[in-house]
Ligand binder design. Sequence first.
Ligand code: ADP
Ligand code: ASP
Ligand code: MG
Length: 407
Amino acid sequence: MKILVQKFGGTSVATPESMKRVREKVLSGLAQGCKVVAVLSARAGETNKLLALAEEWSASPDLAETDALVSTGEQVSVSLFAMMLKDAGIRARSLLAWQIPIVTDDDFGNARIRSIDSAILRDCLAEYDVLVVAGFQGRTADGRITTLGRGGSDTSAVALAAVLNSVECEIYTDVDGVYTTDPNICSTARKMDHIAYEEMLEMASMGAKVLHIRSVEFAKKYKVPVRVRSTFSNDPGTLVTQEDSRMEAVLVSGIAYDKDQARVTLRDLPDIPGTAAAVFGPLSEKGILVDMIVQNTSLDGRTDITFTIPRKDLRQTLEIMEDVAPRTGASEVIHDVSVAKVSAIGVGMRNHSGVAARAFSALTQESINILMISTSEIKITILIQEKYVELAVRILHDAFGLDWDID
Ligand code: ADP
Ligand code: ASP
Ligand code: MG
């Protein structure tokens, strides 16, 4: 039995008209001789509305109950779409994550998939031609509902594609594929035909929300070919796949940006063994992801440590630093929320030098001040003032010639 997993995002399932487009895509999967597993998100805006409701009704929304609440957005989509398929005479049914089950850990709001039992799915596929599965949701081993983090329906789809041996995992969204940068902020962004898993992983980690990070991790680990394409066109989209020599020939493949950043500095700390552990240990215990870190050269045995975190974690980080600062002997803690990071990504960087210098000089020409820098084998990340982020994306896109069509 050939199985095709197709995932449809919020704008694709927003209205009865767009759902009809979705139905066309499902029909094209059936026409290729496949049984189709359609994974759906909540309708556009629905998850935000449900989260706002929790904030409105509760002073401090319980995380497990928040998941029980926000997961209903996907339940609405799958039941409505299964009805529409049945109207068209297609043998279809909806499935929620607990009915499969998709088992996760109990990190409510950001749960990780532990296992998916394919037995019920396979039984259902024998009886139905299309299964409409709620994305974004899971359930713990002891039966509580979880969600996988914002954008997590992509991960539901890729994980299902992996366990069902899907021919490909199609991710349908509101753009034609993965572009060299966000096409909604850079008019010269170019759609890529292919991108390597590793590059896509960096693009997603550095803020390109077109794919959820964990979906790319799954795809890479289980070698699931992922195709990002639009519900609203017939473009073949972008294939996310193994690296090949054509990809290595390109220095930089894409530019990503992330405005969800905050910068924290501990001033005037003693430069002695154990200081960094005392600062970052308590943050990691609370699950706060520290991204860029800079420690200044020590002056008279004292130094400054600066790091970045997601903006939503700032309040908790500052509370932790209130305790850390006196213990480490830091003189003060300062922070800045008007920062953003811009990253240039490409597997071609492995074999080339001078990429960072080119990025710095392009930003300098436009007088954009660089606040922090971090580099890895296939990525350069630069922290700047948030107000310059869109300009910086365009400048770097241009500096690396990404608007040239080289395919
Ligand atoms: P969905 O609701 O279908 O999951 P998302 O809003 O999560 O859609 O992701 C699609 C959006 O990702 C696009 O509308 C685009 O603005 C944004 N995006 C950011 N970076 C990129 C990129 N490099 N290529 C394509 N889209 C990108
Ligand atoms: N509905 C969820 C969200 O808005 C999951 C998703 O769309 O992938 O984050
Ligand atoms: Mg998404």
